[in-house]
Design a binder for this molecule. Structure first.
Ligand code: NDP
Length: 451
């Protein structure tokens, strides 16, 4: 039995059965690491896998707040501090009813590798709550964020753990969280990233994940000898921060993004998504995408109930390049088959683990260029680290400087992943390349730091 099989059994036994997505992520990583672990017994001697798959600590706490009708509401808050071998714990906060400790463990685990790949001094963590900001007033969101921070502030700090945004946590929520932290601690410090620009945020943080994913893909296409994005039809899922800025950068590089989606349905606009309208609906009005067709009657809206069986409408639309940018496991084997049949050449994960393992296997078998999340969406955390640097130096970088560093970072990650895959005899396999390159930097730091 190889080290990976032994270890996965131990990990399975020491975790609860709700941690399904966490196992999915661990299994994928261990599968990639087999050649590294087999040829480097030092990692086993230092129990690196057991240590890397066990969070340093997990906090779970009650969050009590009062809604606009004076009813008392109770939610659960979490923060998982996974690994700080390379720097302070770093990773977003997710506010969504589906949040539980298993999902956050999966996201925190992935974050270790992603942060390592950036080459920047940041460790891995993740947090959030089952609170649903949808349909809440600004005042209710503020009340919740204050109550959440009342507990969270005990565990975080600019050199300890620096949370950021994720699903359901944007500039508004980060602003309220920061305000409460400041009130409790009397300290104006860079304890959160993704802050609005007027009080310490970095320019381009909102754009970073989407733009970064497109830069990464552009580099990946070049390595594969494929011409860039000019006139390429692209499909994007999601209609949040990542999707909107992916669409924006695709337009900037000459591509034609034709889809977006939310939790209720998909828009297909064959002339190209109307980006201003999308921003108005999802950022300003926070309404369903169905409204898109009220202004733009040529676009087609498909409700979730009418999606292909076992799949999603967005991946049914023919494209050259696909960008799943909504949520985990949103691209299934059924979807992968549709993409392959329709001649898709690349799939880049803007969201965290949007493709199921079966879908990824199909991409591999069919030589589809596949950019895994931990490499392709690292632009967000990279600019978060730029924000930490600016806060520490009390500096403000220009838009051009941030964009230039983001682009450089994403192209460098792509190159590192590409070359690592080549070195290990799996040329073009960006999943293995990312897992191995991300692992080695953290694992070597853990060994150097002792137990
Ligand atoms: P947002 O909350 O801004 O947007 C999420 C979008 O996805 C919303 O439009 C939402 O729809 C849609 N969505 C949710 N569930 C589904 C579903 N089942 N099918 C279709 N659409 C769905 O989140 P982000 O854009 O910030 O994050 C998206 C993904 O990217 C997540 O996986 C996140 O972890 C990852 N990510 C984000 C980073 C960031 O910088 N923001 C950094 C790295 C990764 P609706 O509007 O109906 O809610």
């Amino acid at each position: 039995m190889s080290i990976s099989d032994d270890t996965i059994e131990k990990i399975r036994k020491s975790n609860c059965s709700t941690d399904k997505t966490f196992f999915q992520a661990v299994e994928e990583v261990l599968d990639s690491l087999k050649p590294v672990l087999d040829s480097n017994p030092i990692y086993e001697r230092h129990a690196i896998i057991e240590r890397l798959t066990t969070p340093d600590r997990e906090f779970k706490f009650k969050v009590v707040w009062m809604d606009d009708n004076q009813n008392i509401q109770v939610n659960t808050g979490y923060r998982v501090q996974f690994n700080n071998a390379l720097g302070p714990y770093k990773g977003g906060l997710r506010f969504h009813p589906s949040v539980n400790s298993g999902i956050l463990k999966f996201l925190g685990f992935e974050q270790i590798f992603k942060n390592s790949l950036t080459g920047l001094p940041i460790g891995g963590g993740k947090g959030g709550s089952d609170f649903n900001p949808k349909g809440k007033s600004d005042f209710e969101v503020m009340k919740f964020c204050s109550a959440y921070m009342t507990e969270l502030h005990k565990y975080i700090g600019p050199r300890i753990d620096v949370p950021a945004g994720d699903i359901g946590v944007g500039g508004r929520e980060i602003g309220y969280l920061f305000g409460e932290y400041k009130k409790i601690t009397s300290s104006y410090e860079g304890v959160l990233t993704g802050k609005p620009f007027m009080f310490g945020g970095s320019l381009m943080r909102p754009e970073a994940t989407g733009y970064g994913c497109v830069y990464f893909t552009d580099e990946m296409l070049k390595f594969a000898g494929v011409d860039g994005f000019k006139d390429r039809v692209c499909t994007v899922s999601g209609a949040g921060n990542v999707a909107i800025h992916t669409i924006e950068k695709l337009y900037a590089l000459g591509a034609k993004p034709v889809t977006c989606s939310d939790s209720k349905g998909t828009i297909y606009d064959s002339r190209g998504i109307d980006l201003e309208l999308l921003k108005e609906l999802k950022i300003n009005q926070r309404v369903s995408l169905e409204e898109y067709c009220t202004t733009n009657s040529d676009a087609v809206y498909t409700k979730v109930e009418d999606y292909p069986e076992g799949g999603h409408e967005v991946w049914n639309i023919p494209c050259d390049c696909a960008f799943p940018s909504a949520t985990q496991n949103e691209l299934t084997d059924v979807d992968a088959k549709h993409l392959i049949e329709n001649g898709c050449i690349s799939v880049s994960e803007g969201a965290n683990m949007p493709s199921t393992p079966e879908a990824i296997d199909l991409f591999k078998e069919n030589n589809i260029l596949f950019a895994p999340a931990k490499a392709a969406n690292a632009g967000g955390v990279a600019v978060s680290e730029f924000e930490m640097s600016q806060n520490a130096a009390m500096a403000k970088w220009s838009y051009e400087i941030v964009d230039e560093r983001l682009e450089k970072t994403m192209r460098a990650i792509c190159k590192r992943v590409h070359l690592t895959a080549k070195d290990y005899g799996v040329d073009g396999n960006y999943v293995d390349g990312a897992n191995i390159a991300g692992f080695k930097r953290v694992a070597d730091a853990m060994i150097a730091e002792g137990i």
